[in-house]
Design a protein around this ligand. Structure first.
Ligand SMILES: NC(=O)c1ccc[n+]([C@@H]2O[C@H](COP(=O)([O-])OP(=O)(O)OC[C@H]3O[C@@H](n4cnc5c(N)ncnc54)[C@H](OP(=O)(O)O)[C@@H]3O)[C@@H](O)[C@H]2O)c1
Length: 349
């Protein structure tokens, strides 16, 4: 089948003919309709995640998928042939920039009925990040003040909506040209990061979601109330993350050193810092499905590319100047030439 792969870190993605996925007992074979792009894809291609996610090359890239179930493994009970599903596939089993992918059933959910597959493909990784930041790590309560950086981006645009749904007062940073857009998503306060210093405008915040790192993260600590918390998704990773990820002692030491400055700074201010690396979860996605169908959460597809332009789509993510997410769209199944192959260990539903 056709797929877009990384054969050497830093080289552009290229198209390849790869073997059909093997469908395990717990797996769902999905005919990919659309695949969402994430900065993580570009970072993996560039070799930035080699230590934390040590993949064997060549590697089919892609974390987010929406598509149709074409086969299920013998232990799959919640999905059947023909179901329309979406998901962020777990680390170690990525590869949604392909015609088909076998996904562990616990990474998938039925996609919201109120949106298209292209829209659904834009959601999993960023919606799960938003949920894990605001609910799991942040325990956001109604009336709390939450600052969400980069509100017009993939993560920001969903996190603003979720924070409003949870009843928070939301501030965000964005370019002036995106101010109305982020207000439309629910932001109560919009800071133009090009002309204003958010640190001078905001104070007493309960939670900050920082997706920029560096100086932005340091400044974010200073807008928190005592006891407030900053959640960093662009780093630096902290020792708790290194422990939970089971990283080797050398990497753990390096990570402890990387985050020591920000942790010291946080301690001095009486605030918390936590690094989050989101994880796949079909259960949490089911909640997202309900929120989307209930009107609380909407997908934001900024750009869509045909499948054969996947390398250009990945490269375009570093361009900026767009809102929300980039998605690639697969050709209609009837126009695909590759055979579906044999069952390879799974069972037909
Ligand atoms: N750790 C995790 O689990 C995890 C999960 C998801 C994402 N991430 C990381 O989080 C980062 C953001 O991801 P994303 O998907 O949201 O990226 P994205 O969609 O590419 O974000 C682009 C947005 O960043 C905004 N921006 C750029 N510089 C800014 C600044 N100085 N202040 C405020 N906003 C700024 C731009 O705003 P304007 O257009 O308004 O200028 C643009 O809308 C990436 O590094 C990604 O790898 C980590």
């Amino acid at each position: 089948m056709r797929a877009f792969v990384v054969s050497k870190y830093k080289d552009p993605l290229h198209e390849a003919d790869v073997p059909e996925p093997t469908v395990g007992d717990q797996d769902v074979l999905v005919m990919v309709t659309a695949a969402g792009l994430n900065q993580l894809d570009e970072k993996i291609r560039a070799g930035e995640f080699k230590q934390i996610l040590p993949y064997t090359l060549p590697l089919t890239l892609g974390h987010d998928v929406a598509g149709t179930v074409i086969r299920t493994g013998s232990k799959v009970r919640d999905f059947k042939k023909g179901d329309e599903v979406y998901g962020r596939v777990r680390d170690g089993r990525i590869g949604t920039f392909a015609e088909r992918i076998a996904v562990d059933q616990s990474d998938l959910a039925l996609r919201p009925a109120s949106i298209s597959a292209v829209e659904a493909a834009s959601l999993p990784l960023v919606a799960l990040t938003a949920w894990q930041a605001l609910v799991e790590c942040g325990n956001v309560q109604p009336g709390q003040k939450v600052l969400i950086h980069a509100g017009a981006g993939g993560v920001g645009s969903v996190t603003i909506q979720l924070a409003k749904h949870l009843g928070a007062h939301v501030a965000t940073t964005a370019s002036a040209s995106n101010a109305d857009f982020v207000r439309g998503l629910g932001a109560d306060v919009v800071i133009d990061y090009r002309t204003q210093d958010f640190e001078k405008e905001l104070s007493g915040y309960d939670l900050v979601l920082d997706s920029l790192g560096g100086e932005n993260l340091e400044k974010s600590l200073r807008v928190l109330r005592p006891g407030g918390k900053a959640i960093g998704i662009s780093g630096p990773p902290d020792p708790a993350f290194a422990r939970a990820a089971g990283l080797n002692p050398v990497l753990r030491l390096a990570i402890t050193a990387l985050s020591s400055k920000i942790r010291r700074h946080a301690k001095k201010l009486g605030v918390g810092y936590e690094f989050l690396l989101m994880h796949a979860s079909g259960d949490q996605l089911r909640r997202m499905t309900a929120l989307v169908d209930g009107g609380a959460l909407g997908p934001i597809v900024g750009k869509a590319f045909p499948f054969n332009e996947t390398p250009q789509a990945v490269a375009s993510m570093t361009d900026g100047g767009f809102r929300g997410k980039t998605v690639i769209i697969l050709p209609l199944p009837s126009s695909r030439t590759a055979s579906l192959g044999s069952n390879q260990g799974g069972e037909d539903s």
